[in-house]
Each structure stands twice: as C-alpha cells, then as structure tokens.
Design a binder for this molecule. Structure first.
Ligand code: 13P
Length: 255
C-alpha cells in the first residue's frame, strides 16, 4: 500500500494565537488542491493557538490537519497545567507529537512516559507522531541503532500490527535539530530504513504502511533529496515551518 507523504510543521514555543492565525491563513493561500492530494499537511501550533487555528482551518475548508505538540496521558483529573487527549480530540486535533527529544531532555519524558502518552493519544482516536533520535555523543560512539531501536520498541511494544500500521514515526537526530546541520539524505535514510526494519521484525507488513519521517534542519534546499529516499515518507520540520513561504515550498518539494 502506498504511503502518503506527510510534512508536519512543529512550531514549538513560537507564535501567539494571532500570529498563528496569520501563519495558517498564509499557508492556505500558497497551497493548491493538488498539493494536498500529494502530501498530507500538518501544523502543530502551541496549545494557546490550537482553537484559533482549528477555526481558520474549518472556516476556510483548508485540508490542513491539526497537530498538538504534547499531551498528558490521563483523560482528566488533578493535573495542574496539563491537557488531556480528549480535550485535544475535541478540537479536531489529528496528530500528537510524543517523545520529542526536547521533551525527553528538558521535561522528563522518559521511555515509560512516552509509551503512556502514545497509548493515551491512540485511545482518544488521534495519531501519535512518535519521535526517536540519538545525541551526537551516541552517534560518535556508534550506538545510533541501539538508541533509536530501543526508543522505538519502548514506545511501541505491546501494540498490535494494525495499530502500528497507522503510526507516524519520526527520526530526529538531536545533533541536527535547530543546528542547521541536517543529516545528509543517505544518513537520514539509513536510520529511517533501520526503524522500518525494526517495525517489520515485530509487526510484519505494518512496516509497509507506517510512515517514517525525518526531522532536523529540514529546509526548502534539502527537502527534495531527503524525500527522494524510499524510506523517508516526509518531514517533521521546526524552524522552516514558521515561515509560510518555506512551509509551502517544503510541501511542494517536487515542483
Ligand atoms: P528544526 O527543523 O528547527 O531543526 O527542528 C526539528 C524538530 O525538532 C522538529 O520537531
């Protein structure tokens, strides 16, 4: 089964809700129906902008999907400051990023937390974008596959094949995030291919359907080379996704 390419913009902690409205409107002006036919387009604004961006998307009938950057694993309760999966689902959020290295490194999202969040996202009917990636030290020590394979299995083990087939996995080497130092297409494809083979080893043909994205300094200049790789089904984009012109160029990488 053909996998549809996916370009997701992770806006991180950028854009208040008014700026976010402008960003998604501008992106909408720049894309045509043919773009959406070819590529699934996702934006992940900060929490305070989710409702506003949802409203623009729905009012303007934009085929842009909404994503969230984080979530708690419980449906409700005394968890000051947290937001639950059903709350996101109620905003027509389709995707939720789990396991981003920034959350693993700065906010204590360890493998167990990532696994819980992933299951909670699935339970609320949304699709997790599960991120894995090695640090520079780990790459230089030659343990990249061990690290990303370990993170993948910690997050996914116990799920059934049909569920895994619907997942989005993002390979994001930490040394390439926000550094301008992209993994070259061969390096990125090798890691994405390794992740796909790990999926195949446990869940068989689910590996042909699950999408594997690359993330880390993706920009309009390097996107085509990355997307040409069979095992790379799209990008999870930080900095470049904040500029609607660049985000549109990423989506239209083949034009
Ligand atoms: P940059 O594209 O800014 O390197 O960020 C990548 C990323 O972390 C996306 O989640």
């Amino acid at each position: 089964m053909a996998r549809k390419d996916l370009i997701a913009g992770n806006w991180k902690m950028h854009a208040d809700h008014l700026e976010a409205i402008q960003m998604v409107q501008k992106l909408g002006y720049r894309l045509d129906p043919a773009d959406y036919d070819r590529v699934e387009v996702v934006v992940c604004p900060p929490l305070t902008a989710l409702r506003s961006v949802q409203t623009v998307i729905e009012a303007d009938y934009l085929p842009i999907k909404l994503g969230a950057q984080n979530v708690h694993w419980e449906d409700q309760g005394a968890f000051t400051g947290e937001v639950s999966p059903p709350m996101l689902a109620k905003l027509n959020v389709s995707y939720v990023i789990v396991g981003h290295s920034e959350r693993r490194e700065m906010f204590g999202d360890d493998d167990a937390v990532v696994a819980r969040k992933l299951r909670a996202v699935l339970g609320a009917g949304m699709t997790p974008i599960v991120c894995v990636g090695e640090s520079l030290d780990q790459r230089e020590a030659g343990v990249t596959e061990e690290v990303i394979g370990g993170q993948l299995h910690a997050a996914l083990d116990g799920l059934d094949a049909a569920t895994v087939a619907g997942l989005v996995i993002a390979y994001e080497p930490i040394w390439a995030i926000g550094t301008g130092r992209t993994a070259d297409a061969d390096t990125a494809a090798a890691a994405c291919g390794y992740l796909r083979e790990q999926v195949r080893g446990t869940w068989g043909e689910a590996a042909d359907e699950a999408r594997v994205l690359y993330g880390g300094s993706v920009n309009p200049g390097n996107v085509a080379g990355l997307m040409a790789k069979r095992d790379i089904d799209g990008g999870l984009v930080g900095g470049a996704s904040l500029d609607p012109d660049k985000m549109a160029a990423l989506v239209r990488y083949w034009v």
